[in-house]
Design a protein. Structure first.
Length: 538
């Protein structure tokens, strides 16, 4: 008998419950598919009464899970190895200590009110789940200026190493490409691809997009920059000379010019007022004493009734039993403890790898605003730590905190440098972009995520050998996710619970490295658990 849609959906519902059938109906076009970030919980109020869940980790995934599970009536306990809430959502301020696994200790000495998000630093407008939690928890947000046409790009191999203002690089590139394409069309090179009418329309478009002269040449434009600003009376202004296409090709500014086009980087972006960690601390205020800090988990075992977790607190060993476990620990930390995992999950935990990115932050006079009219945004250098990330908070104040270097450290020569050498390289990047201002940088802080206790990585980079290697989440595109994460056997394994153990975190989402991914993974796991609990009750 042929398999009808009705029979197909029935089987999905039998295997995965209401949530799976709901998604199946969306896939078949029988229900509208909402924004992927607008996932909701399909469970009745008080449906968790009488069921206990232990959550390992008080990062965003663990906090979202605890918040929603408790609201459904579950008995929830959160065990966090660190003395603070938030995991990789970490903001450093005056007095913050950074203790690294290599024994190095730094103490932040920023001015009062100054801060740096050493973990996540922005909330895209399409990350609706996190934005909704900020509204629900009354976390005030402000605009995060992710890009500025006034910011700079620099490459030692081009333009005599002089930095180029981003608006000039972007618009001169558009102009030269428009001129070349216009010549191709006028020369008949695209006659087989375009109709006569489309060729005419394309020429019109290029004249505006370039912009081009009537003869089809690009000679510069006010979009690219003005050497002398127009003013009153007879001061009509003077255009800046355009950069040659040869110079732009030598400079290879494409990464710095196009990063803002990535789906998760497009304006408008947001940040919490006062620091990103206001989000986890808002969760913590709601959750109260169900979060236990400085309680590293030392063992995870399955029992006939659920799970038994062993942990340490105040130099004493304790055990906790629960019906289910939501594991938000980094997988490279989970592999360090005895854990009852099935063969497939054990393989992923044992073989996965994590990237270790770093940030270097400095306090300084806001010379970029006061002298060059740059307000927020990112700048890029081709040689040395990059990008330079200018603050969006405290605009027009006297001093601020900037980042000079946010890149991969683990497995690179940079990671082998001493702390002083890393600071020197970071200072040199600012000097390349803003000559004469590198000496104004003060109070540096270095944070390498591969060297932070109980974390040891910024995000997952591979689910095992011979599996697709993931890229930096800030530049990963959906096509890579579809061909990488989703088609990855290790990733697929983590989507399913291992008995009473459910895996949550950004590594169980398409949005690797983003708080949105962590939150969505928790909501998905809650739906799965809710269906499971429901199926065991009359």
């Amino acid at each position: 008998m042929p398999l009808t849609r009705r029979h197909f959906l029935t089987r999905i519902g039998q295997a995965g419950g209401f949530g799976a059938a709901y998604l199946g109906m969306q896939t078949l076009g029988l229900l509208p598919t909402p924004d992927s970030a607008a996932q909701t919980i399909h469970a009745a109020p008080n449906s968790g009464n009488g069921t206990s869940v232990v959550i390992l980790g008080a990062g965003i995934a663990g906090l979202v899970a605890a918040y929603e599970l408790r609201a459904l009536g579950y008995t929830v306990t959160v065990l966090e190895a660190l003395p603070r809430t938030g995991g990789r959502n970490w903001t450093v301020r005056a007095g913050t200590e950074i203790n690294s696994l290599d024994g190095a200790t730094q103490t932040c000495t920023f001015d009062p009110g100054h801060y740096q998000n050493v973990g996540p630093g922005r909330l895209p407008s399409n990350h609706r789940t996190m934005l909704n939690y900020c509204q629900k928890l009354k976390v005030p947000l402000e605009v995060e200026i992710n890009t500025s046409r006034s910011s700079k790009l620099q490459n030692d191999a081009a333009n005599n190493a002089r930095p180029v203002i981003q608006r000039q690089a972007i618009n001169d590139t558009r102009g030269h490409v428009s001129e070349l394409l216009s010549k191709c069309i006028r020369g008949g090179a695209l006659d087989a691809d375009l109709t006569k009418e489309d060729r005419a329309r394309m020429i019109d478009f290029l004249h505006t997009y370039g912009p081009l002269t009537q003869s089809g040449a690009y000679i510069g434009s006010d979009r690219a920059g003005i050497a002398i600003q127009p003013g009153a009376g007879e001061i009509d202004g003077t255009l800046a000379d355009p950069l040659s296409m040869h110079t732009l090709l030598d400079a290879a500014f494409w990464e710095g010019m196009l990063y803002e086009e990535e789906n998760d980087w497009q304006a408008t972006m947001f940040q919490p007022v006062g620091g990103m960690d206001t989000i986890p601390y808002a969760f913590a205020r709601e959750l109260g004493d169900i979060i236990h800090h400085s309680t590293p988990v030392t063992a995870l075992h399955k029992t006939a009734q659920g799970v038994r977790v062993t942990y340490t607190q105040n130099n004493a060993t304790h055990t906790l039993e629960a019906d289910f476990c939501f594991c938000a620990m980094p997988l490279i930390q989970l592999r360090k403890i005895p854990a009852d995992l099935g063969p497939a999950h054990r393989k992923v935990v044992d073989q996965c790898t994590y990237d270790g990115y770093y940030k270097i932050a400095w306090e300084s006079r806001r010379f970029w605003e006061q002298e060059e009219n740059i307000y927020g945004g990112l700048e890029f250098v081709a040689q040395g730590p990059s990008p330079i990330w200018l603050p969006s908070w405290g605009l027009f104040s006297d001093r601020g905190v900037l980042v000079s270097g946010y890149a991969l450290a683990s497995g690179t020569p940079f990671n082998k440098l001493s702390l002083d050498q890393k600071f020197a390289a970071s200072r040199a990047s600012v000097e390349r972009l803003h000559p004469g201002r590198g000496h104004e940088l003060e109070k540096p802080i270095y944070l390498g995520w591969d060297n932070i206790p109980y974390i040891e990585g910024s995000w997952i980079s591979s689910y095992g050998p011979n599996q697709p290697q993931l890229e930096q989440p800030d530049v990963i595109d959906l096509g890579h996710r579809r061909g990488g994460t989703f088609a990855n056997p290790g990733y697929t394994t983590l989507l399913q619970p291992d008995g009473p153990i459910y895996f949550i975190g950004d590594h169980v989402s398409y949005l690797v490295g983003w708080q949105e991914g962590a939150a969505l993974s928790s909501l998905r796991a809650i739906n799965m658990l809710s269906e499971r609990v429901k199926s065991t009750r009359p």
